[in-house]
Design a protein around this ligand. Structure first.
Ligand code: 13P
Length: 262
């Protein structure tokens, strides 16, 4: 089973309107025609339309970093799935560790977001990952199992147009201790968790869906470690934070994926 690699940039709360537009334009120049891997950028929500314009007809897709699960109404500060579709988003990140641990999002909220994104035609990138003390305490697999199971509760396997959950959902394994720290999980550590997530998806759904679902790794992915991570059998892409803010670095990570796809 060969899964197409998927490299996405999570710009987090960075840049300005002008710098977002410049970064998107530079990426279009460098990797805008790349078809061997799927690519996306997730700018701050106030720059989604600016970035969408700069991406134009390139092959780089647009994603949002967050959304709320209700249709509309009195949810000050929130953005609906419908609104994200309206401004051209294909993807939405759900349950990023910064939202779990800084903002306090629960698995129940994340589950509702995943369900809503899927029902509105957005493709969720569901982030899961353990804290350092959980890894040191030998709880990694238990934490990941609990997050994946709870966040996918009630999530169906089949979708409109004959698509499956594997066409719509990406899971991103992002060990919290590796995010923004420069401390990457080793390819072996990441592979071990990715394989366990795939086994779990097989238990929750079936083997075919498990074999088709893409699992990205996130946490200090850089041009110099991307190839080693992406070469592992169950690592199907990367969710890149810091290095996605520099066009040459993000492009180099995408190219590492392209080389492995040849
Ligand atoms: P860094 O690549 O900056 O470690 O961030 C990873 C991340 O959180 C992507 O969502």
């Amino acid at each position: 089973m060969s899964r197409k690699l998927f490299i996405a940039g999570n710009w987090k709360m960075n840049l300005s309107r002008a710098r977002s537009s410049d970064l998107a334009a530079a990426l279009v120049e460098e990797i805008g025609k790349e078809a061997a891997v799927d690519t996306a950028v997730c700018p701050p929500s106030c720059y989604l339309m600016t970035v969408q314009q700069a991406l134009g007809v390139s092959r780089i897709d647009l994603g949002a970093q967050n959304m709320w699960y209700e249709d509309q109404g009195a949810y000050t500060g929130e953005i609906s799935a419908d609104m994200l579709v309206d401004v051209g988003c294909k993807y939405v990140i759900c349950g990023h560790s910064e939202r779990r641990h800084v903002i306090g999002e629960s698995d129940e909220v994340i589950n509702r977001k995943v369900l809503k994104a899927l029902s509105e035609g957005l493709n969720p990138i569901l982030c899961v990952g353990e804290l350092l003390e959980q890894r040191d305490g030998g709880q990694t697999m238990e934490v990941i199992r609990q997050q994946v199971t709870r966040d996918l509760e009630g999530v169906g396997a089949s979708y409109a147009g004959g698509t499956t959950l594997a066409d719509r959902l990406t899971i991103a394994y992002e060990p919290v201790w590796a995010i923004g720290t420069g401390r990457t999980a080793t390819p072996d550590q990441a592979q071990e968790v990715h394989a366990a997530v795939r086994t779990l998806i097989g238990e929750l759904y079936d083997e075919t869906l498990a074999a088709e679902l893409r699992i990205q790794y996130g946490g200090s992915v850089k041009p110099d470690n991307a190839a080693a991570l992406l070469a592992r059998p169950d690592i199907d892409g990367a969710l890149v934070g810091g290095a996605s803010l520099k066009a040459p670095d993000f492009a180099a990570i995408v190219r590492a994926g392209v080389e492995l796809s040849d």
